[in-house]
Ligand binder design. Structure first.
Ligand code: PGA
Length: 259
């Protein structure tokens, strides 16, 4: 399976910085063929990113969050349909900052996944435990519950079972933006729990075809080791995705292992 390297810029890089990043991102076509590269700029920069990509570029764009409705009186929100129009093909759903800073719940994530599907965006569902939950031995319970908030829904489970694209990202909250990285063994353990649960829900073959990304203080220095860990199919990178040089090194680590 092709490894996935996704850059989540969060609330960084407006339009000018987005153009500058893509002008300076130095990745050969062959490197982009070996790895699926996704970029999640702020919603306001997606259109500019699309314009700045080389024609035929293999880089795919995504939106960091969507509202569940198609349009309406929801000041400040962006619909999945609008994100598609701007150039997005993927949507992050349930990122820990959405859950913890903006109070997003399991039912919210299901509605957002459904909105992404309606518009034709590939959902990337993020799950992860806090330090307190981990220390209380609740890792498996928490991440399976977050996954089940979406896959417990018959319609969504059916859609994933039929082969509609779906990506998962395991992002331990204690490792996001903190410089604390889960060890490759920690990542594999959590990914193994998610994979097993997927197998039970949607069958072994389909479960194995779903990429599970690790996120939390991924850097050019640790990406290779994480990407070689069992069950780690890609990485979701925050801070280290903001600089085109360091992002390209992570893409290379996913491709041929060199940084
Ligand atoms: P980080 O963020 O790489 O800066 O820890 C990861 C994420 O939140 O997606």
């Amino acid at each position: 399976m092709r490894k996935v390297v996704a850059g989540n810029w969060k609330m960084n890089h407006g339009m000018a910085a987005t153009r500058g990043f893509l002008d300076r991102l130095d990745l050969a076509d062959s490197e982009l063929e070996a790895v699926l590269v996704l970029l999640f700029p702020p919603a306001i920069s997606i259109g500019v990113a699309r314009g700045a990509l080389r024609p035929g570029s293999q880089i795919r764009l995504g939106v960091q969050n969507v509202h569940e409705a198609e349009h309406g009186a929801f000041t400040g929100e962006t619909s999945a349909e609008m994100a598609v129009e701007a150039g997005a093909a993927y949507a992050l759903v349930g990122h820990s900052e959405r859950r913890h800073l903006f109070g997003e719940t399991g039912p919210d994530t299901l509605r957002k996944v459904a909105a992404a599907r309606r518009a034709g965006l590939v959902p990337v569902l993020c799950v992860g435990e806090t330090l307190v939950e981990r220390q209380a031995g609740r890792l498996a319970t928490v991440i399976v519950e977050q996954l089940d908030a979406v896959l417990g829904d018959e319609r969504e489970a059916g859609s994933v079972e039929r082969g509609d694209p779906f990506l998962l990202a395991y992002e331990p909250v204690w490792a996001i933006g903190t410089g604390e990285t889960a060890t490759p063994a920690d990542a594999s353990e959590a990914h193994g729990i998610l994979r097993l649960h997927l197998e039970e829900r949607i069958g072994v073959d389909r479960a194995r075809a779903i990429s599970i990304l690790y996120g939390g203080s991924v850097s050019p220095e640790n990406a290779g080791e994480l990407l070689r860990a069992p069950d780690v199919d890609g990485v979701l990178v925050g801070g280290a995705s903001l600089d085109p040089g360091s992002f390209a090194r992570i893409v290379r680590a996913a491709g041929d292992g060199s940084v």
